[in-house]
Write a protein that binds this ligand. Structure first.
Ligand code: K2U
Ligand code: NI
Length: 196
């Protein structure tokens, strides 16, 4: 009996040079269509699969903590993320539509070791200056029920970096456009560093 498995794979993630990655994505019309809900579910499934060692092995996945719709060639303002904070205290799992960053702290941070991107070659990394704290508004989607709720979220540290990385994708911005050689006088985000 033929088993047909429909799941996103790395082959579905378009690479830098594809025009869609440099486009401003379009607003998602609400109420959310069944098609867009299905897409968000598939995107979250890819991110979650990429965090499961067996799935990574079996389907040759690159570990990731976020994915934006333009990366699978869907130029719509929506992304998913699933990331722990650097103190491993909480998990931030969002499927968000039409997000808008409404405020950013003056204070900056960056991911120690640099950022990466599923739409760049695996060996491409670099330091990216990010806001240490952000406040964003958007429509959070409950992927189980399909319920959509306009929400204001505040993020900082690593989850904040992930959000800003995915948000940039919706504006056609790739992290390689904004890497710095050095970021002196900025405190980096490093894992396991929950300051006492
Ligand atoms: O948008 C994407 O390409 C997914 C990125 C998101 C991301 C990049 C840099 C910093 C935070 C998030 C992938 O998660 S890149 C791979 C990765 C995996 C674990 C930790 C950092 C980067
Ligand atoms: Ni990326």
């Amino acid at each position: 009996m033929l088993m047909v498995i429909v799941m996103l794979l790395m082959k579905d993630v378009i690479q830098d040079g594809h025009p869609t990655l440099r486009m401003r994505a379009k607003e998602v019309s609400l109420p959310l269509s069944q098609e867009d809900l299905k897409t968000l579910r598939e995107m979250m499934e890819l991110v979650e699969n990429s965090q499961d060692n067996e799935m990574v092995e079996q389907y040759d996945l690159r570990p990731s903590v976020g994915l934006a719709a333009p990366q699978i060639n869907i130029s719509k303002k929506m992304f998913v993320m699933k990331a722990m904070d650097e103190g491993f205290q909480n998990e931030y799992r969002y499927a968000i539509v039409n997000p808008k960053i409404i405020s950013m702290s003056e204070e900056s941070t960056y991911l120690e070791g640099g950022e990466g991107c599923l739409s760049e070659p695996e060996d491409v990394t670099g330091l990216v200056k990010r806001a240490k704290r952000i406040k964003a508004k958007g429509y959070l989607v409950d992927l189980d029920t399909g319920a959509v709720k306009e929400t204001v979220i505040k993020l900082s540290g690593y989850p904040g970096i992930v959000f800003q990385h995915e948000y940039d994708h919706l504006l056609g911005i790739m992290f390689v456009d904004k890497v710095s050689e050095f970021l002196p006088d900025i405190e980096p985000v490093r894992f396991g560093s929950d300051e006492l």
